[in-house]
Design a protein around this ligand. Sequence first.
Ligand code: MOS
Length: 739
Amino acid sequence: MSEVDNRLVMDQPVERNLLDRGKQGVVGKGLDRVDGPLKVTGRARYSYEEPVENVAYGIVLTSEIGHGRIAGIDAETARAAPGVIAVIVDHPLLPSDGASGTALPRTLPQIENYGQAIGILVAETLEAARSAAHLVRVEYRPEPGRFDMMAHIDELEHEPPTRLVPDQHKGDLDAALAESAIVFDATYTTPFHLPVALEPHAAIAIWTGDKVEIHSSLQLLKGSLAAISASLQLDPANVRILSPYIGGGFGGKTGVGPETVLAAIAAREIGRPVKVAVTRRQTAHLVHHRCDTRQRIRIGCTADGNILAIGHESIVTQKKDRIFIEPVSIGSFGLYAGDARRFTQSVVRLDLPQASAVRAPGEAVGMLTLETAMDELAEQLGLDPIEFRKRNEPAQNPLRGVPFSTRRLIECYDEGARRFGWDQRNPVPGETRDGEWLVGMGMAAAVRNNLLVESQARVRLTPEGRAIVETDMTDIGTGTYTILAQIAGEMLGLPLDRVEIRLGDTDFPHAAGSGGSFGAAASGSSVALACEEIIGRLAALMDATPEQLTLQDGIATARNRRKPLAELLDGKAMEALGTIQQGKNGQAFSQASYGAQFAEVAVNGVTGETRVRRLLGVFDCGRILNAKTARSQAVGGMIWGLSYALHEEAVVDTRSGAFVTRDLAEYHVAANADVPQIEAYFLDATDPYANPLGVKGIGELTVGGTGAAIANAIYNACGVRAREFPLTLDRLLQGLPPV
Ligand code: MOS
């Protein structure tokens, strides 16, 4: 049976949301995760847990200098240690670092950064491998390295040739600033961030002849298949990647790490399956990080607060030759009015591990600063921060001059202010006290670019009337299994126990993967399109049009006839592909999700410690597929925002180029004790230009703005405006008013 592919290119608004006709009533509900029982009982297998016979254990060997060369490696003692099978340090395919979609040439004996992979040791047990790894003697020829942005700021590279987003110029920023009654000009800094997924980066490689099966924790399987095949110099048809469960990615699993390629190399060399997990302390160097940033924000406006000019110019860091440049100002492009606009990104090249996508690349750090600047300027103007933002709400995208697809930001402000009790805020800083605590409120806008990435899925309706969905989409903990089951169940009229979702296998049709908050929209649309094709065929069997057909609880009804699916299918299965693709809508409209974030904090007047008391967010991110998983994403995103504002800071030892914050004791992410009451609400209104479901990205949207709302609340509480993140107590103490 040749499969029909129901392909939709988004060239126009979708007139009818594919989910609107469903009668099953499962879409939008706050249903529990379908994979929940598997996870809480330990039956969901993560990449390192796949049982494999005769498996050997690998340890990634890493460099102990930050820059220089390897003069020699003495592995003989290690090779002779108990249980050691092989030490591989001179293989032609050895990767030097993670390959975000690209295979890298072997760079040994050159050391480009501290903690770089230089080989792999394989043993009979994990303990034998870890013990013997210490016996590998490496002789280095260290060279001076570049480990500090400010020490090399005079070597700034303007307009790096490859960027996610190019520099943006509109009008004459300097002239417009000169003509502005009020000019705001401030520079902010944000530190290095680590993605810190809870599940280790890990891989198992199993060869059968020339084919390799790889179990690895990866967010984007299509790109990973290309990267792994290229790194191993294999035809992609000979590579299968399995990644059915992922214990958090946070951007760190968007690329392929060296452990995956090393496991495959070692398994082939020793003729046995090999499993490798990156240790927590290795993760800081073997997995990419978010670069540090220095951001200058200039805003010029009239005396009554109409913005005329806005500039967001950033300096970021990156390893040489790497193409990812943190798109710091992407959220600033179209958020506020103003004719003159300048958004630039310059880079200082450092000898650190590569920088790449971490939890909302761009907006996470860009909104932190822009939205703090907006608060500072609102105060200077004597305007309420919400009123200032409303005065500068643009009618269309002010940079590109195209209409917004949908934008309900004003509604987010109003709904948020009402629910939060914004009218209770005292605009004068430092006046609200609770014992020795200074209490304040702050708010910020949130925006996240909405993307549609090509995605494909196969849906099979079995003769018994069960649906099986297959796509190489991943579920990084966000609830993909559940929302895809809801979509298929809604459209085919099946209770969820009659829908099976199979994900994370590159033998299935290729999906967008999980990244950039585009997963649900893309993979959900492909599943819905496959279901639409099946609905058409079921209607034909009923001698009806699809509009006349109702599917509910496994029963088809049309033209006064009623048939259980099992009877209608008459022993035959039905199968269809669905494919969604971006078209003209991507350029013709400005597509984003929006939100308004509110925070109440208390700053201790004696110690300077900040405790967040309340967070509330109202979000406009299209149709909500599952009220519970959507809320969980928002709560998680807001916690990451809190974490950026107050805690997260990866510190580089500028003598060695090593991150010294290598574990979760030293690299502090918000823990339960840091997290207050959090409320998240959704406007739940579809965007017909986004995709046939009208859904938009949630996760990363909800990160943006949270940190700035907290920073602004800190200022409102204690009157101290720190412009270096995170806002740790040492940065607040000096300016605190007397208790
Ligand atoms: Mo995301 S940081 O694009 O996984």
